[in-house]
Write a protein that binds this ligand. Structure first.
Ligand code: PLP
Length: 400
């Protein structure tokens, strides 16, 4: 058998998709599972967006587009990003791709060279594709631990120690997957201060949950004076408009935009033309459905947070954004004799019919931090109540 490359063998994955397949198999076998595992809104795409996609098809918008995206969408993204980040962003700085995710690879590939010792700092725990793509691109992954005692913010001292002339890219993600933490303007200013002495350092600011902030206002590091030029702002339609399956993401950076466009030509050619026209409507049309969805996510956040904190052995900080809670389950693991969060996850799935993700699915757990699980509350209030009830029953039994 001819060999598979080391690059391919070393690729990580997004375990939410693996657990989703496991959950679907159990459901197909007739075992009812309540899932808090997958990070996508449980709503269908708003009707006005679907209508715009149908119109695009009827109008014959079914061919390739420019790799950077259709001008109408690039203009709409530029206006949206300028308004929400209080910046002046031109349509020429905007590139559109098949989801936000491809820009992770495009950015790492655009600013690091294979085998040159270029380091990329990324949050840990964090979205698993960051580490996977840093390694696949031949750069050096450097994990930046997000700790519970810092409420999952950046420890500035650690960041200062990890930064060096070898650092080519810092990945930020706020609101954060999996902790739900949002970084305030003051925190971003303090981070920016540490970056100023490093002229070769780019920032990849993953802001796909920017429209999903429950408390306070969203802030982008690009808005801190001096940071816009070196920051790739990443946002997309998946989460804000319940469009995960449409595959539509957008990134803004004036210098890198033409390079992203070349990467897109080399890989996907362009994002789906139909999704792009739907994206124009998403960004420029009525926002009522988005607002209603957010109101419901905020209610669910309160419900699940209160419910989890009332369970024995579980302690959860209040997440400010996205649709995730990241409770500490160390005490519960001790109580029920589970070695770690992954063992608890498996037992809940098979014994309680409740699906979640474990900390090890978001990078190597930080030493001394205990055990954590990720709950996605992108599910109905009824499911949240029923899931919490199952867990209450399971804990009572498992303790004995
Ligand atoms: C932090 C983060 N970045 C990027 C993505 C990818 O989003 P998209 O569906 O637009 O590719 C996700 C999706 O879960 C995410 O959580």
């Amino acid at each position: 058998m001819p060999p598979v490359s080391k690059r391919t063998e070393s690729l990580g994955t997004e375990h939410a998709f693996v657990v989703l397949a496991e959950v679907n198999r159990l459901i197909a076998e007739g075992k009812p599972v309540i899932s808090f595992a997958i990070g996508q809104p449980d709503y269908v795409t708003p009707g006005n967006i679907i209508a715009a996609a149908k119109k695009a098809m009827d109008d014959g918008q079914t061919g390739y587009t420019a790799s950077a995206g259709i001008p109408e969408l690039r203009e709409a993204v530029a206006a949206y990003l300028s308004r929400t980040r209080h910046l002046d962003i031109s349509a020429d700085s905007v590139t559109v791709a098949g989801g936000a995710k491809p820009f992770i690879m495009y950015t790492i590939a655009a600013v690091t060279d294979h085998g040159q010792g270029h380091e990329v700092l990324y949050p840990s725990p964090g979205f698993p594709i960051y580490e996977s793509q840093i390694t696949a691109c031949g750069a050096v992954p450097v994990a930046l631990p997000l700790l519970e005692r810092e409420a999952f913010s950046f420890d500035l001292e650690t960041l200062r120690e990890l930064l060096s002339p070898r650092t080519r890219l810092l990945i930020l993600n706020s609101p954060h997957n999996p902790t739900g933490r949002t970084l305030s303007r003051q925190e971003l200013e303090a981070i920016a201060e540490l970056l100023r002495p490093y002229p070769d350092l780019w920032i990849f600011s993953d802001e796909v949950y920017s429209q999903m902030v429950h408390d306070g206002e969203f802030a982008s590091i690009a808005s801190v004076p001096g940071m816009q030029e070196r920051t790739v702002i990443l946002d997309g339609a998946s989460k804000s408009y319940a469009m995960t399956g449409w595959r539509l993401g957008y990134a803004a950076n004036e210098t890198l935009a033409p390079h992203f466009s070349t990467w897109i030509t080399n890989t996907e050619s362009c994002a789906s033309s139909i999704s792009q026209w739907a994206g124009v409507e998403a960004l420029t049309g009525p926002q009522d459905d988005h607002r209603n969805m957010m109101e419901s996510f905020s209610r669910r956040r309160n419900l699940i947070l209160e419910g989890l904190n009332s369970l024995e052995g579980i302690d959860a900080l209040r997440p400010g954004g996205a649709f995730y809670v990241w409770p500490n389950v160390s005490e519960l693991c001790r109580m029920v004799g589970a070695a770690n969060a992954e063992e608890l996850r498996k037992r809940w799935l098979h014994e309680a019919g409740v699906a979640v993700l474990a900390d090890q699915q978001f990078g190597t757990p930080n030493a001394g931090e205990g055990h954590f699980l990720r709950f996605s509350y992108a599910t109905s209030e009824e499911n949240i109540a029923a899931g919490l009830e199952r867990l209450t029953g399971w804990i009572a039994k498992a303790k004995q």
